[in-house]
Design a protein around this ligand. Structure first.
Ligand SMILES: Nc1ncnc2c1ncn2[C@@H]1O[C@H](COP(=O)(O)OP(=O)(O)OP(=O)(O)O)[C@@H](O)[C@H]1O
Length: 652
């Protein structure tokens, strides 16, 4: 097995790659006054329940974060389809795409009247279609049908940034380091298209010669006619140059943009959204975070996040529309890694991040059905959050309609080594894929943010698939399915996703010509640098995050991230994923201990943990021999699933 594995691991390592940390700054962050920042380090767990032991905690133990750190900006793109009207709304016309119009509008305000009119029409249609009585909720299919035109969403977002008045500049400065030519040259139409090359360039911190620059977002259209000009403005050799674009016009507010993403012209009530998925009386609260309350509604989970209001929620300032928009865009980006969203040409794909099925903007007081579910949860498990009764008629919420990811790891009892193995390989593979696709770092992967479901009768031959660096791989699951949630602190680079969009357009018959070939570097795809950017959150604005109890694994992990990034939170440091994997092994050890005190399993986990410390990325971690028995190549999987049920890899 060793030599065969050796080959595979060298492939994984080659495709995942060990990268040096590099930096790229995209935007300035809003800094607000310090908040109260409630935190807890209570990590209790206890066995209970009937069929499997339960670690159900009496309190949420996630690491609460201060809203003082908020202020994410988001730019990204994906192979989005046009804004599709609802099935029965044939008369609707496509809205004009701002991304293809903006250039002509430079110097003047973008005109979104047609789009607004379109969405008003969509919404009118939605109202007819989407207000079923609770009895008919099964016929309402909106969520699964939604496709989002991410490039268009992004263009609107960018325009709004440029159109912001000077007073908001601190919040909305867009500081962007471009994809550099050598990188671009790898984004060619060759087979090497999806190589790990569309990366943020390194920033020479020491020299001081490379100041961060505010790049004018060129809004080149997909034909890229302005691409040369845009790229030349980036002053590639000497580093980015600060420029600014005067923009006097109006633009859509972030709130309007969220409505457009949701295909709504106005907020609806919480009851309207929930009744589309279930009988209101059947709603159950599943969990809570500092900002969100998660409720089961039929077969979906609706996470309700209040925003834009003045009321302090759980001791914190509510999120602002801009931040919600960023989270919406980030969720959509991760959705695009899903196997059902991409074509065969996708270089990286996995299903390990929770599927976001829809978003809805709501307004009004909390619905009595939700209050009752909230109180029920509080009575049974004890809530750390404020009672939602104080929300007024003006209060707005975003509802993230998510797939049901199951139970969070904190409350889940791992029953044997196979489950632990499955958990670790799935999380590691997902991080490795997202790292490769978009320099993704989760940065907050505590055990409340990993959800698990187990088949009632786990099929020993179950596997999950993922594609890493163009190579399809499989992991044995032992019936366990893992979903990663909560991307509030995550960092992402959209560059490779843009490559993908361009190629998909090419595949769809839209011509891509080679228009730019600087320094004889060869043919390049037209690359819309305007849409290439990085989302991150500057955690240095939240010192309390790093002041958790000494020795507490979660608190220590935030501090490790701080050491790794040296507080350059904008940079790419895939090692942050590694430290969360180390934390995860600690949590697994904690959970396994009562089952396997001091035995071989514990020793294996400990030596795996030791090796993890030497890795630089989740991609590296995936190549560790610890996963050799649970990772399968395509051929191995075929013989595996055709053969007799394979034994466990190491039962306790
Ligand atoms: N898709 C889902 N399926 C099942 N449970 C979920 C889902 N999403 C969220 N939950 C539950 O709700 C809890 C809170 O969700 P989440 O962490 O996303 O909220 P948050 O407010 O963003 O949290 P944080 O304070 O960590 O930022 C989770 O720990 C989990 O128990």
């Amino acid at each position: 097995m060793a030599s065969r594995e050796g080959d595979r691991w060298s492939e994984i390592v080659a495709s995942g790659g060990v990268r040096q940390p590099h930096i790229s700054v995209v935007y300035g962050r809003r800094r607000v006054e310090e908040s109260t920042g409630r935190r807890t380090t209570d990590m209790r767990g206890s066995f209970g329940g009937e069929q499997r032991p339960s670690f159900a905690p009496s309190k949420r133990t996630s690491w609460n974060r201060s809203l003082s750190i908020r202020g994410r900006e988001s730019i990204f793109v994906a192979p989005g389809a046009n804004l599709q009207p609802q099935k029965n709304c044939r008369a609707l016309k496509q809205p004009p795409k701002p991304c293809n119009r903006v250039k002509k509008n430079v110097g003047g305000p973008p005109d979104f009247r047609k789009e607004k009119a379109y969405f008003a029409e969509v919404d009118a249609c939605d109202l007819m279609e989407e207000s079923p009585s609770p009895k008919n909720f099964g016929t309402w299919t909106r969520g699964m049908d939604i496709d989002h035109d991410l490039p268009a969403i992004l263009e609107r977002w960018q325009i709004s940034k440029l159109a912001m008045p000077v007073s908001s500049k601190a919040l909305f400065d867009i500081i962007e380091t471009p994809v550099i030519p050598s990188v671009l040259s790898n984004c060619s139409t060759s087979n090497n298209l999806f190589s790990n090359s569309c990366r943020t360039p390194e920033k020479d911190r020491g020299s001081g010669g490379h100041t961060m620059g505010a790049i004018p977002l060129g809004f080149s259209d997909i034909e890229g006619t302005n691409i040369t000009a845009s790229l030349s403005k980036l002053n590639i050799k000497g580093g980015p140059v600060e420029t600014s674009i005067p923009w006097n016009g109006e633009a859509l507010t972030a709130f309007d943009q969220i409505l457009m993403v949701c295909k709504q012209s106005a907020p609806v009530t919480l009851a309207e959204v929930f009744s589309a998925y279930c009988e209101l009386g059947s709603i159950k609260k599943l969990g809570e975070g500092t900002y969100g309350e998660a409720y089961r509604a039929g077969r979906t989970v609706c996470k309700v996040v209040p925003f834009d209001g003045d009321l302090l929620v759980n001791g914190e300032t509510q999120k602002r529309s801009e931040e919600i928009l960023g989270e919406v865009l980030l969720s959509l980006t991760l959705n695009n890694l899903r196997s059902n969203r991409v074509g065969n040409e996708q270089k990286d794909s996995c299903d390990g991040f929770i599927e976001t099925r829809d978003f809805r903007v709501c307004q009004g007081p909390y619905d009595p059905s939700l209050i009752s579910a909230w109180e029920d949860f509080d009575a049974k498990r004890g809530s750390e959050n404020d009672h939602p009764k104080d929300f007024t008629r003006e209060q707005c919420y975003i509802v993230f309609v998510l797939a049901d990811g199951g139970t969070d790891l904190e409350s889940y009892a791992l029953v044997d080594y196979n489950e632990a193995h499955s958990l670790l390989v799935q999380v590691t593979a997902s991080l490795a894929v997202a790292e490769s696709a978009c320099e993704f770092e989760h940065r907050d992967l505590h055990w409340g943010n990993i959800l698990l479901t187990q088949d009632d009768t786990p099929e020993r031959n179950n596997t999950m698939s993922f594609i890493l660096g163009g190579k399809r791989m499989h992991a044995r699951t032992f019936g366990l399915t893992v979903s990663i949630i909560d991307f509030t602190l995550s960092r992402i680079n959209t560059a490779n996703l843009f490559c993908l969009v361009e190629i998909k357009n090419a595949a769809a018959g839209i011509s891509i010509t080679n228009t730019w070939s600087p320094n004889g570097m060869g043919n390049l795809l037209k690359f819309n640098v305007a849409r290439t950017a990085i989302l991150f959150l500057d955690l240095s604005a939240d010192p309390a995050l790093f002041q958790g109890k000494k020795g507490d694994k979660q608190a220590e992990t935030y501090r490790r991230m701080k050491e790794i990034t040296k507080e350059h939170w904008e940079g790419s440091y895939p090692k942050t994923n590694v430290v969360w994997l180390i934390y995860l092994v600690d949590m697994v050890l904690q959970k396994m201990k009562p089952l396997a005190p001091g035995n071989k399993v514990e020793r294996e986990l400990r030596s795996f943990k030791k090796r993890l410390a030497s890795y630089e990325s989740a991609g590296d971690c995936l190549a560790d021999p610890f996963f050799a028995d649970v990772l399968l190549t395509e051929d191995e999987r075929l013989s595996f699933s055709n053969g007799p049920s394979v034994g466990d890899v190491g039962d306790v």
